[in-house]
Ligand binder design. Structure first.
Ligand code: NOJ
Length: 538
């Protein structure tokens, strides 16, 4: 059996995930090592020193497996092969080991709800025809209506439209996302077995954690009934059968000291927290926080709810400001406080990027001071805005399935700017990258920001350094300080205090003995201006 490469990481640090700073890499857009216009593992390997300097504890790779990229790799054709556009399995193993030597753990993404229509199982199911055992691994059904021409039920795809596609042989198959992403049948033992094997495959290669895509969608009511508002249990969201699956996954992870982070979008706290019971997932993304507008009252409530809901199960919270599916933070915070705009994105929404940047800087200090782990999405540390991609260059299936009304998610996936003074802002390509970069991109380049004391990159580097070296950060208690309602101020252990001013007027700082870091200059009276945060020691 293959052994993970020797880890220079502290063996005692088994609880690293409880307060880790985890950096999300969207491989296709991180750095291009071979010049072909697509980011790859060579690009990541070359940039490991950057990640060390940034000060992150782990990197999470969005899917890097063989894929036709119909949904940016969330359509997996083979879990045990790296897509040739990104590199090879040997290279992934090297990358995992090299990162580990530098003190950075690797988290990979698994996509258990569906596979690519190019996956061997689906191709075999198509070839084998109706009624075959191969089709039992998926959800094939006959249609309704006189000629079976109406989809088997009334569900709506997560990307819009019906989640059913009809084949020439008359059967329909279910895909909660794009047509190219057929849903697996999780009631079938072979589906379970295969995913457990895939987990072991990667854990044996030194992977320290797994992000579970669409974690609450795998189980379906076997009758696939019509969706009825209020139907309980829901025919495909958050079904009780899931917990048994995750308990067996947890047992496997425990053999390797590996951890899970679930993508669990559930508004019901009580249901959400069930996934984080001690024998299930270690953590889940905090979408309540991500979805919260820049508003003191709403943020305070989101933080309180998060802390309260995690307490009974003893799981650490996670704090997330953006990812590859949502509008970038500086743009989101630079718009009217409409909150989370995953689906409600519109072309041409007025945005004040300067305001958004000021708030994003303050939000960085807020999220890094809260108790638990924190996720950063590549480019967040550069303060990148959302990009409006020209219509003829959009690739995201979400855009097409919305009938062209939703810009989709490509605007937060634009290849990163590394060097101001290089072709394609130093992304590494000899030809135009897979998504176009706007003209302003060079001004965000990492090399420019590196030497600039006031840049977003410098703020993140300094904040992550302090979060590692100073006491009071990470997992542990927090308590609110009494303040003006427009100011969020809380203390952590050892007198660490975080203050964020979301009001119009400058705010007096609470009593303190020293200022550790500010997201923007204090005013001449030593007060905290609007949309600014400070870390203090009292
Ligand atoms: C959630 C992923 O984050 C998103 O990018 C993807 O499109 C869907 N799940 C489907 O896998």
């Amino acid at each position: 059996m293959r052994q993970p490469s020797p880890a220079p990481l502290e063996p005692a640090d088994k609880n690293w995930w409880r307060d880790a700073a985890i950096y999300q890499i969207y491989v296709r857009s991180f750095a291009d090592g071979d010049g072909d216009g697509t980011g790859d593992l060579a690009g990541v390997r070359a940039r490991l020193p950057y990640l060390v300097e940034l000060g992150v504890d782990a990197i999470w790779f969005t899917p890097w497996y063989l894929s036709p990229l119909a949904d940016g790799g969330y359509d997996v054709a083979d879990y045990r092969t790296i897509d040739p556009a990104f590199g090879t399995l040997a290279e992934a193993e090297k990358l995992i080991a090299e990162a580990r030597e530098r003190g950075i753990r690797t988290i990979i993404d698994v996509v258990p709800n569906h596979v690519s229509d190019q996956h061997a199982w689906f191709k075999a199911a198509l070839a084998a025809g109706p009624g075959s055992p191969e089709r039992e691994l998926f959800h094939f059904r006959t249609g309704r209506g006189e000629h079976g021409e109406i989809p088997p039920n009334d569900w709506i795809s997560e990307f819009g439209g019906t989640p059913w596609t009809r084949l020439d042989d008359g059967e329909w198959y279910l895909h909660l996302f794009a047509t190219e992403q057929p849903d697996l049948n999780w009631a079938h033992p072979a589906v379970r077995q295969e995913h457990e094997d895939v987990l072991r495959f990667w854990f044996e290669r030194g992977v320290a954690g797994v992000r579970i895509d669409s974690a609450a969608l795998l189980a379906k009511d076997p009758a696939l009934p019509d969706f009825t508002v209020g139907r309980d249990p829901h025919p495909f969201v958050d079904r009780d059968e899931l917990h048994d699956i995750y308990r067996s996954w947890r047992a496997i992870a425990d053999e390797y000291d590996a951890v899970f982070v679930g993508e669990v979008w559930l508004p019901d706290t009580e249901r959400f927290i069930r996934y984080l019971r001690p024998d299930e997932l270690h953590t889940a993304f905090n979408f309540t926080f991500l979805a919260c507008p820049w508003d003191a009252e709403l943020l305070r409530a989101a933080i309180d709810d998060t802390v309260a809901e995690h307490a009974p199960v003893g799981a650490p919270a996670t704090w997330v400001l953006c990812n590859h599916d949502v509008t970038r933070t500086v743009t989101r915070y630079g718009r009217e406080a409409t909150g989370f705009d995953f689906a409600a994105k519109a072309f041409g929404t007025p945005t004040d990027t300067e305001l958004g940047t000021r708030r994003a800087r303050a939000a960085a200090l807020l999220s890094l001071a809260l108790p638990g782990a924190v996720y950063l999405y590549q480019g967040e540390e550069l303060g990148l805005p959302e990009v409006e991609i020209p219509l003829d260059r959009i690739q995201d299936p979400m855009h097409f399935r919305s009938g062209g009304t939703d810009p989709g998610r490509d605007g937060c996936r634009v290849p990163l700017p590394w060097t101001a003074d290089a072709p394609y802002a130093g992304f590494g390509s000899d030809t135009e990258p897979w998504l176009p970069q706007p003209e302003s991109w060079s001004s965000y380049a990492a090399d420019l920001q590196s030497g600039d004391a006031d840049s977003m990159l410098t703020l993140y580097r300094e904040a992550l350094r302090l979060r590692r070296t100073e006491t009071g950060f990470g997992d542990g208690p927090m308590s609110w300080l009494e303040t003006d309602p427009a100011v969020l101020a809380f203390s952590r252990e050892d007198g660490l205090v975080c203050v964020v001013n979301l009001g119009e007027e400058p705010a007096e700082l609470p009593a303190h003995t020293g200022v550790l870091l500010v997201s923007g200059a204090l005013d001449p009276e030593g007060r905290l201006p609007r949309d600014t945060a400070a870390w203090l020691r009292n």
